[in-house]
Structure formats: C-alpha cells, structure tokens
Design a protein around this ligand. Sequence first.
Ligand SMILES: O=C(O)C1=C[C@@H](OP(=O)(O)O)[C@@H](O)[C@H](O)C1
Ligand SMILES: C=C(OP(=O)(O)O)C(=O)O
Length: 440
Amino acid sequence: MIKKLNNAIKVTKSTVNGMCLIPPSKSYSIRALFAGLLNCDEAKLYNISKCEDVLATIEVIKKLGANISIINESEVSMDILISGNCGFSNFNSKGISIINCGESGLCARMIIPILGLIKDNKQIYTVTGRGSLLKRPFNVISFLKDFGMNIQLTNSSVPVLVSGNLKHHNGVIDLSLTTQVFSGLLMALPIIAGKSQLKIINKTSIPYVMATLEVLKDSNINIKYSNNMNEFEIEGNQKYSFSKYIVENDWSSAAFILVAGAIAGDKIGIYGLKENSSQADSVIIEILKEIGLDVKFSEDVIYVSKSQDIYNSFKFDAKDAPDVVPALVALATSCKGISEITNIDRLKYKESNRVESLIASFKNIGIDIWYETKNGGTMFIKGGKIKGGIVDSQNDHRIAMSLAVSGLVSEEGVIINNPYCVRKSFPNFFDVLVKISNNK
Ligand SMILES: O=C(O)C1=C[C@@H](OP(=O)(O)O)[C@@H](O)[C@H](O)C1
Ligand SMILES: C=C(OP(=O)(O)O)C(=O)O
C-alpha cells in the first residue's frame, strides 16, 4: 500500500500488477527542444515530457527566442508547435542575462556552448539553477575556452558566467565525468563557420552521445564520426531544418516499474516503450532476462512477470548507463548472493552523491551493501530481506524511486521523506505506483 503523509510517502508490502504508461524521455525531450530552438523551420514536437527538467528547459529556450504553443496535452506529456531562431541568425539578446536551468544538469551543460552562438559577444550570461544543480561540478565546461568562450565558475559550480563566441577548433575532449557538454557542443558547432575535428578520450555514457547524434540526424545536421566513436568531424555553416520530431517514452523511468514488477509483481505491462531503443537504460531488459525473469514484448507493450521468489545475482558495468543504477540496487536485494555494479564513481556527481545515498539508505532499511574503489568504484549488494525504516530521498528523484520500489517487499514498510523530487523526471511516479499496487 502507498500512503501519502506530510511530505513523506509510506510504501508497505504490496503486489503490483496491471498496465501502465510511462512518461516521455526527458533526455530526448530536452534535445528535441534545443533542436527546435536552433531550427530554421516551424516544427511539431510530439510527446514532450512535462517533468520539471523539461519545463525548465522550455523557459530557457523561450527566453532565447523560441515561440512555443501547446497543441495537445495529457497529465505527463504534450505536443507543441515550435518556431526557433535559426541558429540565432536574427536574435536580439538585449536584456537577457540570467539563464535558469532549474535542477537540470543536462539543460545547463548543453546550453553553455549553445550560448556561444549568440552574435553579441560583449554580453555576459549567467547560467544558474537551484537545489542539487548548485552542487554539481561545472569545471567540466572549462575546455570550452579552447573554443573561444569565456567561462567563470562559482566554487566549481553554477552560477557560471558565460561570454564570447563559439569558434571551430581541433582538439581532444575528455568524457570521463560527463558527456552533457559534448552533447551541447555537437548541437552548436555545425552552425558556426569552419570545420572542427575532435578526438574523444575516456568514453562514458556513449548512448547519450548517440541520442544527440540521432536528434541531429533528424534535424538534417550532418556529423561524421568513426565507428568506434573516437573521432568526430563537424562541418560548419549548416542549418537545422525539420518539421516533426516524436520523443520516445522513457526507459529510465520504466526501469523502476519493471523492477517493481520483478520483485513484487504478478504481471506488469508497460505501454509505449520502443523495443530496440538506443536509450542507455533500455539495458535493464538484458539484466532482467539474465537473472531469470520472463520478459516479453507484444505489440506496443512490454510484460514482466515475477517468475521466482529469488533471482540469480548479476554483474553490471555502469559506465554507459549510470542512471539505471538506483533501480538495479533495488533489484539486487531480491537476488541470491552478491550483485556487483562497477564504474559507479561518476554517480557521486549526480543529483546527490548516489554512491553515498544508496549505501546509506539501503543499509538503513536492512540491506548489506558496500563500496570498494576497484574498477572505477564498485558497489556490492547482498540479496536479503528488506526490513524497512525511515529514509530521505536526498532530493534525488532516482533515490526516492528506488527506495519506494524497495518498500513493496519490505517487512515493516519504507517511509521516504521528501519524495516529490520525483517530479524532476517522473512527475506521476507515485500515482503509477498506487495504480499498480494491491494491498497484500
Ligand atoms: O545526456 C543525457 O541526457 C544524460 C547523460 C548522462 O549524464 P553524463 O553524461 O553526465 O553521464 C545521464 O546521467 C543524465 O541523466 C542524462
Ligand atoms: C543525472 C540526471 O540528470 P541531469 O544530469 O540532467 O540533471 C538524472 O536524471 O539522473
């Protein structure tokens, strides 16, 4: 049962079953909106998420000259008509100084190179946000100085003062901490004059780079890259030109519901997910199958049925899919023996330090979980009974969802304080959980 308390949610032992719909991908929504901003044509963007990060991005692009009207909307998604500024070709930046990205790391890190397209290079833009964003590392944007931009950070984070014009450049880009700035750069460089040749080192989160390339291709922007994704060649003077984009539903959100189905389900069906999606977190399907779950796609629905009480443990490398880790930790508690998740050190720089948040909160509810520094940081989770207890979301949507799902198989219930941070990516998460859960 899911009980709403005062700024807390209590999740007690329940079986989940039935059908549900997952919101659109926030990663693809944000990319589609930035493409819409730079577009030279009017476009319809279908299935844009209404999560907080996307709403913050919409405010940012409106400020930068995008005209947006809503054609259709549901509780969690909307179709919009957008006319952009055609690469800031006739844009008047007068009076614009603050760019507020809310809590979205993606919006803030992508918009910074895009701001370098604005012709008035005397203007200084302050890219800022709130909450968790104020603690995220922004020294990862310093390399943009090589591309002609001036960057001034506050204590290595936002607010960031940005000025100068983006220039083409040949150089090496280190992706060890994040790919988000590189995604923004890939969207901005095709517009300016001149060719850029970039070498990538320490590759991580590569499916997210692929997502950017996918949106660029659909916007008629041409970027050449080597098969191993080590080298990129970006010709300048290109124009965004597209009239329609449809955003996929979100595998990152679906991961939590699929795990709920795996550990507490009779049978769960989720509508509208793309089967062979390039979204990083669609990898959850491989893991569910590997540990012994019955997973089936039929027409537009993915079904997961609980096939046994305890599954095989698993090993997962989080290098390319960092966001799925909180859902996997909840899953690992129902696996026999010890599951291992490697390359988790980058999770320290998300909405919370997810390594610390996951270890502290899962320990709190009775799980044996620990960390070792080897292999880019490894988390070990020993499957076992979840006792329950009171935990805090740490203002991190994925921590809140992971703990809520764990409550479904807890002996005494899990109370999550500050649960509504789920709005960052999955605004109706608790409504979906209520819909699919039955009191045992
Ligand atoms: O590009 C994107 O849409 C994202 C990239 C990933 O970040 P990193 O590139 O920092 O790993 C991911 O964690 C984030 O939630 C979304
Ligand atoms: C890290 C995340 O997002 P962002 O970096 O865009 O804030 C996330 O959604 O888990």
